[in-house]
Design a protein around this ligand. Structure first.
Ligand SMILES: Cc1cc2nc3c(=O)[nH]c(=O)nc-3n(C[C@H](O)[C@H](O)[C@H](O)COP(=O)(O)O)c2cc1C
Length: 188
């Protein structure tokens, strides 16, 4: 496999991860820079992967601390692994909250109801509560929660592929330079 073929294969994996069928590249660890400069990590579900623009998308709560962090510094790192195939994908990019109301509405209406219920919770994620039940959605909650729903887009700047299949270790890096992806094999 040459580097252009590997680049295509990586985007196939990202698109499969973002599809409803799910794959090992559906759940990602997303790193931001916290407001105090420390690294912060959390899991997110990949919802969009567009090879032509080199962008990924995920949902989050507009009230969540990660959005304040992204607002202050949009640089993020993402990581996911496929344990069965000994693969790691490690990404860097710049995140921003999508402002296009039609796109947000399309994402909201296309999402499964159980994923959207979270957005109806009265408390912002991370708010201290007296007991776990206080964080549940009250039966009388009004509205659908769309006002708390955000679509975040990550414009990738760097993609790193690591394949630790026994006896055929391979590692490659792709960097976006003047909007062209430049690939390079690197030592595992
Ligand atoms: C399996 C799994 C999937 C998750 N997916 C998302 C997601 O797509 N978006 C999201 O904002 N949080 C998701 N979370 C919750 C985050 O990991 C995190 O706890 C929450 O968003 C608060 O993060 P913050 O305090 O850094 O803003 C997920 C958690 C798990 C365990």
């Amino acid at each position: 496999m040459n580097l252009p073929e590997l680049h295509t294969l990586i985007w196939d994996e990202l698109q499969r991860g973002a599809s409803p069928t799910r794959s090992p590249f559906t759940i990602w660890q997303l790193a931001t820079l916290a407001l105090d400069g420390a690294p912060q990590l959390r899991s997110i579900v990949l919802r969009e992967a567009d090879a032509s623009s080199g962008r990924l998308g995920f949902h989050t709560d507009l009230r969540s601390p990660k959005l304040a962090e992204i607002g202050a510094d949009g640089r993020v790192a993402m990581l996911a692994v496929d344990l069965d195939r000994h693969l790691q994908l490690r990404l860097n990019g710049v995140a921003r909250v999508v402002q296009d109301a039609a796109r947000i509405r399309a994402m909201w209406t296309g999402a499964r109801p159980h994923t959207l219920i979270l957005y109806k919770t009265p408390h912002a994620p991370g708010t201290p509560i007296a007991q776990p039940e206080d964080g549940h959605v009250p039966p009388q909650a009004s509205g659908d929660g769309v006002e708390n729903f955000a679509l975040v887009e990550v414009r990738l700047e760097r993609i790193e592929w690591l394949d630790l299949t026994p006896n055929q270790h391979r590692r490659a890096r792709f960097e976006r330079l003047q909007d062209q992806w430049q690939g390079q094999w690197i030592a595992p």
